[in-house]
Design a protein around this ligand. Sequence first.
Ligand SMILES: Nc1ncnc2c1ncn2[C@@H]1O[C@H](COP(=O)(O)OP(=O)(O)OP(=O)(O)O)[C@@H](O)[C@H]1O
Ligand SMILES: [Mg+2]
Length: 349
Amino acid sequence: MEINEYRCNSIHNVHSEIFFFERSFFMSKNQSRDEQKFIAEHPKMKKLLEQVEKAAKSRATVYLYGETGTGKEVIAKEIHTLSGCKGKFVAVNCASIPENLVESMLFGHKKGAFTTAFQDQKGKFEEAENGTIFLDEITEIPKAAQPDLLRVTQEKEITPVGSNKVIKVNARIITATNKDLLDEVEKGEFRKDLYYRLNVIRLNIPLLRERKCDLEVLAKLLLEKFAREENKKTMTFSEDAISILMSYEWPGNVRELENVILRAVVMADDDTTTLRKNDLFPERIPDSSPPPIQAVEDSSKSLQEKVNVLEKFEVGKSLSKHKWVKVRVCKELDITRPRLDRLIKKHKF
Ligand SMILES: Nc1ncnc2c1ncn2[C@@H]1O[C@H](COP(=O)(O)OP(=O)(O)OP(=O)(O)O)[C@@H](O)[C@H]1O
Ligand SMILES: [Mg+2]
């Protein structure tokens, strides 16, 4: 079965083999030791952690690229922690700052600089002095603020809004995005010179579906953790649940996995000890059948049977990838809506 191909060396002994990245991932003073597990069993993740350690030793700008929910923020925090710098880790979500406030938010302002500036206010760069400023969703930063950002990366200086005083700043910059910055440069949305300044060390965070061994370990740990937190009995996954977990595409990556398992645990009856496929995906059940290679190669099957297996596999895969947004599924498979509805009925999705 395909799952086996993805399994790292020895998934059987899951608990003894978990890579406990014990130094600082998930550690906050109020967290218990149980919650400090950063799962990085897959070779791609181990490689990433090596890169994280190297990057942490320098003050160079880091650009984290990964789909939503892959762990960009935890990686950014880890670089900050491992760097041992004295200042704070300051996170800014560039997508949530109103365009007219972005400069004041990042660089601060003087009293009276605008109508609601009742007092001098430091910006995020000063707040992150001797620490790290994490600019999340960097592609969403308004164009008007890009020249000033370029200036900080080049000259390490800022000028608060309404002031003519230049302030020297020393904050390590980490940026993150789930869009490729270079695409944004090509579209003219992002300055090329700024792109080169930010893209000194680029770290790509692998998708959850590309690291199935991490997925299985994570799912089991999350189930244990949520069952404990929700005061439920110790739970395990049924075989069909494991199979669906492994074949689903996880477009929302680790965050989506957390949500699916937490929801299933919360909704489970108090005496439930086994979570099944339908507990995880009660409304839309993505295709759980293994890849159709064996079925297609099975010489005892007729051509029509083989076609059916492939058809079911492809439609199921597309439905889960697009979270049942049928218009996208139709586009991807190049079929009409009535045909998709017939296929959903035929294959009992
Ligand atoms: N390797 C991992 N092991 C355990 N938990 C993880 C791992 N990676 C991510 N998580 C958890 O997944 C959730 C999402 O992580 P995080 O917020 O860092 O992702 P993100 O890439 O910044 O997402 P977004 O693009 O949506 O902002 C968090 O709860 C985080 O603790
Ligand atoms: Mg994030």
